[in-house]
Write a protein that binds this ligand. Structure first.
Ligand SMILES: [Fe+2]
Length: 247
């Protein structure tokens, strides 16, 4: 059971994090909220996480030409799906106001804002339309999220027509477990982002057992001037596409 009640598990994750390269931006998910300690789960859902991991709840990484900010969508309620509390919305509005649109803006939230096409059986983030409009107001170019264990690249404006330009969604699958779902059932994956002045390339990789390595499945290019249309091109020589994994 991967829950935030075991000191042994917290020690294991601290040791794992310590092996990863810097800089790191760490965002909590629903499994970082206590399950059995009901008082802490309801009243102080992030207290154990903050004590054990010791990083800010809204971490910020400034890179040349880009800024990445993390938010908290996990909560102590026994419902699926995340939410961005009023306090989080105020905090993030203040944080994003410090950065103008001359640099790329990337936001990291654990829960998915919308479900990928054909994937409808998990609750999305509460008030997802309101959150999508906030992302647009903050000028966020790319939203990085996870939770549902299947990767996807899309655009909030594809399903929310009231948005003007929307935000690119870069949905991650699962990298370190075998809990891949849907077309990535049992498969590990990750997304590699390459950021330049004019474009962001998103390259999903999926683990292929036959070659015992992660293989790129496609390249999605987001251009600064037109982030609403995402160019997708296939990767030459890739043996396993996502569709083949589903077979
Ligand atoms: Fe999750």
């Amino acid at each position: 059971m991967q829950r935030a009640d075991s000191s042994r598990q917290w020690r294991m994750i601290r040791e794992f994090i310590a092996k990863l390269p810097q800089p790191q931006l760490i965002v909590p998910g629903n499994h970082d909220v206590p399950l059995y300690n009901v008082i802490n789960r309801i009243l102080r859902p992030m207290t154990t996480y903050q004590r054990e991991i010791g990083v800010p709840l809204n971490p910020v990484i400034e890179l040349p030409g880009a800024v990445i900010i993390g938010g908290v969508t996990a909560h102590g309620l026994t419902i699926d799906g995340g939410m961005l509390s009023k306090r989080q919305r105020r905090t993030l509005t203040e944080l994003w106001s410090r950065y103008d649109d001359t640099r790329w803006k990337l936001m990291v939230l654990h829960h998915q804002l919308v479900n990928p096409p054909g994937y409808q059986h998990r609750a999305t983030m509460r008030d997802s339309v309101g959150v999508a409009h906030l992302l647009e107001q903050w000028g966020v170019d790319v939203l990085l999220c996870g939770h549902i264990h299947v990767s996807h690249v899309g655009q909030t404006a594809d399903s929310i027509p009231t948005l003007q330009h929307g935000t690119v969604i870069c949905q991650s699958g699962t990298t370190t477990s075998r809990r891949g779902k849907s077309r990535e059932r049992g498969a590990q994956s990750y997304n590699l982002l390459s950021i330049s002045d004019t474009a962001i390339d998103i390259t999903p990789h999926v683990y292929t057992a036959a070659t015992a390595q992660f293989t790129p499945t496609a390249i999605y290019t987001v251009r600064r001037r037109d982030r609403r249309s995402i160019e997708q091109r296939s990767v030459e020589g890739v043996a396993a596409s996502l569709d083949r994994i589903a077979e």
